[in-house]
Design a protein around this ligand. Structure first.
Ligand SMILES: NC(=O)c1ccc[n+]([C@@H]2O[C@H](COP(=O)([O-])OP(=O)(O)OC[C@H]3O[C@@H](n4cnc5c(N)ncnc54)[C@H](OP(=O)(O)O)[C@@H]3O)[C@@H](O)[C@H]2O)c1
Length: 302
């Protein structure tokens, strides 16, 4: 690498890495983003924002090692099997390769973005247990590391097929059952703060969430933001009976493994106010929400 940067961010063209890299830039830090295709629109936009690009692939250890040269902090995140891009075993191999590369390069501080269900015992869902395995590996190597475990992203609710364009919304919780969520903006700024203060955070595992949100809360916040009624319902039993992935996830929401255990007041004392769903809907999530409301039925099925 010719140009030097303080921080190396993986997944920089994606949701988490993008939020972290932009939050670091907003703090005036220099950032190197690991990209597969420097000609993609997202990579070009990052370069225009002053982020240096390191070209590589998480399946190619030598390219990870080249990107690692000279940085003091690393933000590590991998895709998981629901994306269709990796198997659970490949996610582990990638997470391990990034950590091992950081050890070999003598990186000062390593932040691994795991998931809210990790570190709580075997879940039986591969893309959660993979993260526990990566965490275990990171703790076993000589690396000053912070593990952050984000709750579900508010952004995830805007994926097609949830019914917003038909005046309804279907998700995991019962009307009075709460699940913790976080906005990507908060995830980005908190991880950036952690990267900038290794002495304060190295060695910790932090559960990250912005708000505990029940089904009824979704109905009122979405209806208010849409200016028309949005009826909330939990995924119907008939759907859960035929969709094993959603069924297993719903069990983990119900038994508390995925619904979140973050101490939100303590997080706010440490990192400042977190975005509520209402603030997210009128701020960073507004365009996503409007697109979901206005999606054609064909788009929503894609
Ligand atoms: N959704 C949620 O609510 C939630 C909550 C907690 C944790 N998580 C976890 O978050 C992770 C995904 O994070 P995200 O949503 O930020 O991801 P994302 O938006 O899907 O982006 C994935 C990123 O990884 C890059 N990438 C994929 N394969 C790569 C490879 N072989 N080599 C190098 N880069 C590669 C992509 O680059 P390209 O641009 O080249 O494709 C992109 O930058 C998953 O492990 C998931 O389980 C999700």
């Amino acid at each position: 690498m010719k140009s030097s940067a303080e921080f190396l961010v993986f997944g920089v063209t994606g949701q988490q890495g993008g939020a972290v890299a932009r939050a670091l830039r907003a703090k005036g830090c220099t950032v190197r983003g690991f990209v597969r295709d420097p000609q993609s629109n997202k990579a070009k936009a990052l370069a225009q924002e002053g982020i240096t690009l390191a070209v590589g692939d998480l399946f190619d250890r030598a390219s990870i090692d080249r990107a690692m040269v000279g940085v003091k902090g690393v933000f590590s995140v991998q895709t998981s099997s629901p994306s269709g891009l990796v198997s659970d075993e490949q996610e582990v191999l990638q997470g391990v390769a990034v950590a091992d590369s950081a050890v070999a390069a003598g990186v000062e501080h390593f932040v691994y973005s795991s998931g809210g269900a990790a570190g709580k015992g075997h879940t039986g869902m591969g893309h959660f247990d993979s993260k526990s395995q990566i965490e275990d590996h990171i703790r076993s190597v000589p690396l000053a590391a912070t593990i952050t475990r984000p709750a579900s992203f508010m952004e995830m609710m805007m994926l097609p097929g949830m019914g917003l364009n038909e005046g309804r919304f279907t998700f995991f919780m019962y009307p009075r059952q709460a699940m913790q969520m976080i906005a990507l903006d908060d995830l980005g700024r908190i991880n950036a703060q952690i990267l900038c203060q290794p002495d304060r955070y190295a060695g910790q595992s932090l559960e990250l969430s912005g708000q505990a949100i029940a089904g009824d809360d979704l109905e009122s916040a979405f209806s208010h933001a849409a200016g028309r009624p949005i009826r909330y319902q939990r995924f119907p039993e008939e759907l859960l009976a035929t969709n094993a992935f959603l069924r297993e996830l719903t069990v983990l929401v119900d038994n508390g493994v995925v619904s979140g255990v973050a101490d939100i007041p303590a997080l706010e004392r440490e990192f400042g106010p977190m975005l509520t769903l209402e603030q997210w809907l009128s701020g960073p999530g507004k365009a996503l929400f409007e697109a979901a409301l206005n999606a054609s039925k064909v788009d929503a099925l894609r």
